[in-house]
Design a protein around this ligand. Structure first.
Ligand code: KG4
Ligand code: ZN
Length: 340
């Protein structure tokens, strides 16, 4: 079977063609980073308009690279939740139109389950059951993943997501959007011990939750003018920026790795699958790998291009098709963030 997969949950317009054997025949991602950069974050209306302009060229490109025509497809899959309402609608509308015109089954996929399934695709191995950890711009969540489509929430952020905190702290430091890669680059020349920052909820072993908004505020008060909350990134030296970036990154990584370890201990599961944009972070990858080895757990973490948003992870459609989970053509998007 050949499946066209679409991804438009946030600010990447992506399409891929995959097979039921999980072969990737093509993968295209049109990033909108440059459109949102001057605002320091994703502007939803700009994102949905850009998806409208890009979705058809991106689909064409995915088919061209796979050397296929629409008539060669067996199904169309699209992420319908979670995400920005307008962005999700563009992908779903395109998918429905293709399904109606070519009489194809529509598969509605969950973007978060897709992030974990990227581990299955990248490794070529069975990865379930596992602890699934999603660390992205909108989510920082832990799940017991019994199968590819059967997730039980264990915990998650009670305020900001890890990626969101990276983006907001980057903006405070005068670094560009998306903040994750910019903070990682700045941190390379900094000391993680330079600034004492909190590790919220890390020592609370009664819960598998995260909280990053206080950490973000703690960074602000390291650099705010005395007596005010105001900050001026241009007053910071390069060394201060690097030290703040390194100290912040280390605090986030401590929280993420600590709770992942706790989830493994509490569930007794022996596999850990990690997905989402923050899983592209080099320090996070180093530390989570160290932890998995120490705990004797098998770690699955996709290559960078499959950590950030992409359509290849839409191959999770194969699991839904196997179970006969075809979406009706009147299905709607389910926007928003998942907060367990
Ligand atoms: O999974 P993703 O592409 O989109 C969502 O579903 O949210 O994640 C985007 C997030 C952004 O917040 C971005 O700053 C972060 O992932 N990110 C990183 C890195 N690369 C992307 N965070 C830390 N270090 C990175 N290298
Ligand atoms: Zn994502």
């Amino acid at each position: 079977m050949k499946i066209l997969t679409l991804e438009t949950t946030c600010d990447e317009t992506a399409a891929a063609v995959v097979t039921d054997k999980l072969e990737v025949l093509s993968a295209v991602v049109a990033s909108q980073d440059e459109l949102h950069q001057r605002f320091g974050g994703v502007v939803p209306e700009i994102a949905s308009r850009a998806h409208v302009e890009r979705i058809l060229p991106v689909i064409d490109e995915a088919l061209r690279k796979a050397n296929l025509k629409l008539a060669d497809l067996d199904a169309v899959a699209v992420a319908t939740t979670p995400g920005l309402a307008g962005s999700l609608l563009v992908g779903l509308t395109a998918a429905k139109a293709l399904c109606v015109a070519h009489r194809l089954p529509l598969v509605a996929i969950d973007h978060l389950q897709g992030h974990i399934y990227a581990c299955r695709i990248a490794s070529g191995e069975e990865v379930f059951p596992c602890v699934g950890m999603i660390v992205s711009g909108g989510h920082s969540s832990l799940y017991r993943c019994q199968t590819a489509v059967d997730f039980e929430p264990l915990g998650g952020t009670i305020d900001d997501a890890a990626g969101e905190a990276f983006d907001k702290v980057a903006s405070m430091l005068g670094l560009p959007y998306p903040g994750g890669p910019a903070i990682q680059a700045a941190a390379a020349a900094g000391s993680p011990q330079a600034y004492p920052l909190p590790r919220p909820l890390l020592n609370d072993t009664s819960r598998l939750d995260f909280s990053f908004s206080g950490l973000k505020t703690a960074v602000r008060y390291q650099i705010a003018r005395p007596g005010t909350g105001e900050i001026d990134p241009s007053a910071l030296s390069q060394q201060q920026i690097s030290d703040l970036a390194a100290s912040f990154q280390e605090a986030v990584v401590d929280c993420l790795v600590g709770k992942a370890e706790l989830a493994l201990q509490q569930t007794g599961l022996e596999r850990l699958c990690v997905g989402g944009g923050v899983a592209a972070n080099a320090r996070f990858r180093e530390r989570i790998d160290e932890m998995a080895k120490r705990c004797g757990v098998r770690l699955y973490i996709p290559p960078l291009a499959l950590c950030t948003d992409n359509a290849v992870m839409g191959a999770i459609a194969v699991e839904r098709l196997k179970r006969g989970l075809i979406a009706p053509l009147d299905i709607d998007v389910t926007p928003g963030l998942v907060r367990n």
